[in-house]
Design a protein around this ligand. Structure first.
Ligand SMILES: Cc1cc2nc3c(=O)[nH]c(=O)nc-3n(C[C@H](O)[C@H](O)[C@H](O)COP(=O)(O)O)c2cc1C
Ligand code: SF4
Ligand code: SF4
Length: 425
């Protein structure tokens, strides 16, 4: 069986699956059950300076699909609302009772050197393997000058990372906010400040929905709502891109990465690792499915690794990074066409409507002599956009087939129709 153990920022972990800093990791009771379930590590719910924060009720909004499956959660919760001493005592106990499992202490403080250093030292003394700097919460804490208020200013990211690196001698993870124009600015700042790794993403700033009867954004707190942090499977594409950008950019690729954002299945986790993450963190999936979701992560990844012939996670970590290109490096001469398998088609007509109304009118709907309809791709019109392939409700009914061509690899900068081509030559 494949070896799932991994190392990130010099910390050995039984597997790459950690619970992210959030309600699932806010007390010993949860952390013990998470370890029992099989999680390799946890990032404790963010600790701040006493007195503890006070939370509001209610706290979560939700984005459902039509079948009421949760695609994303939006939260307006703050950091740990329990006393610091109680959290640190419970961390000490968990470290003593679960020596092989990783505990990272997450923290945030106002932008003052002493505040960051003192809190970091207290957390380090509790025996954690590393410290994660929460520079991401986009609600509540940022209005007090913390969270994303710091994470959105690269100079502050660098400064805070440096302060904590000076204060403790354990690995420091700088957790980045996605609420920034270019993730590379804050990643570079974390690197300059001496971060051993970056964790990303924290939640995406958002208003998730509006109660149209009361005309109030949700979640509602006594007739008012506010923007909050969005997470869950809906944010995975945003996180994947940011992870890949850091992993493929020469100035930042030395950073180790703890990948976070919408990871729900083993496949999500493997994708993050293939694009640059050395380990991953999960929050929303555990909130929706419980701690046992780790069974799928462990079993699924082991099975896939065995099937692929990978004996350790290092063998596929960052393996997709070289294939991430800029648009103008893509082959303009590559062509692909949709192919419909008539034996699998249930004649729902969705591909025809989608292509007819919003793509290239490349799927003909013909009456069959025996009754019913057949759907046929008109090759000359098909531009290979993939829309029908994604819309078809029947797996493998529509496939996208590459067209054989003798044309050479040609990028847009080399293309004869590029008006800038002459200037480039
Ligand atoms: C209710 C809730 C509370 C959270 N609290 C924290 C926190 O205290 N510190 C932190 O760094 N991130 C916090 N997060 C963000 C998560 O750690 C994680 O970065 C984010 O949810 C994306 O991962 P996911 O899509 O797996 O949920 C919180 C998320 C949720 C949903
Ligand atoms: S791939 Fe795009 S253009 Fe081709 S048939 Fe499907 S929807 Fe139409
Ligand atoms: S969407 Fe799929 S099943 Fe429906 S008509 Fe098109 S090919 Fe057939």
């Amino acid at each position: 069986m494949a070896d799932l153990s991994c190392k990130i920022a010099g910390i050995d972990s039984l597997n790459p699956f950690w619970l992210a800093s959030a309600p699932p990791t806010d007390k010993k009771y949860n952390v013990v059950r998470a370890f029992q379930a099989g999680w390799g590590g946890v990032v404790w719910k963010t600790l701040g300076i006493d007195p503890p924060v006070v939370n509001v009720s209610s706290r979560y909004g939700a984005h459902h699909d039509q079948n009421r499956r949760l695609l994303g959660i939006n939260n307006i919760e703050l950091i740990s609302d329990r006393p610091l001493a109680l959290n640190l005592q419970e961390i000490r106990e968990c470290r003593a009772e679960w020596p092989d499992h990783v505990i990272i202490g997450s923290m945030m403080a106002p932008i003052e050197e002493r505040a960051w250093k003192d809190l970091a030292q207290q957390i380090a003394e509790s025996g954690v393997h590393g410290i994660e700097l929460n520079l991401g919460c986009p609600h509540g804490m940022c209005e007090r000058g913390m969270g994303s208020a710091i994470g959105q200013v690269p100079e502050m990211v660098e400064q805070v990372t440096r302060w904590v690196k000076e204060a403790v001698d354990i690995p420091v993870f700088t957790k980045l906010t996605p609420n920034i124009t270019n993730i590379l600015w804050s990643a570079e700042a974390a690197l300059k400040g001496g971060a051993d790794a970056v964790s990303l993403i924290n939640t995406v700033n958002s208003i998730i929905s509006v109660d149209l009867d009361q005309m109030v954004p949700e979640p509602m707190v006594d007739g008012k709502g506010t923007h909050g942090g969005y997470c869950g499977s809906a944010v995975k594409p945003i996180a994947l891109n940011m992870v890949a950008e850091i992993a493929r950019t020469p100035e930042t690729r030395a950073l180790e990465i703890s990948g976070i954002g919408g990871i729900t299945t083993w496949k999500d986790a493997a994708e993050f690792m293939a694009l640059g993450a050395n380990a991953v963190q999960v929050c929303t999936a555990a909130m929706i499915y419980g701690f046992r979701v780790v069974d799928d992560l462990i079993d699924g990844m082991s099975q896939w690794m065995d099937d692929q012939g990978y004996s350790s996670v290092d063998q596929f970590t960052r393996k997709a990074v070289p294939q991430v290109a800029n648009w103008n490096e893509l082959n303009m001469n590559f062509d692909t066409k949709a192919v419909i398998d008539p034996d699998k088609c249930i004649e729902c007509g969705r591909c025809h409507i989608a292509c007819e109304d919003t793509s290239h009118q490349a799927i003909a709907m013909n009456a069959k002599p025996e009754g019913g309809k057949e759907f046929v791709v008109i090759d000359e019109e098909c531009v290979g956009c993939n829309l029908c392939y994604h819309i078809c409700p029947v797996p493998d009914c529509i496939t996208m087939e590459p067209v054989k061509t003798d044309k050479p690899y040609m990028t847009w900068p080399q293309h004869p129709l590029n008006p800038m081509r002459d200037a480039a030559e």
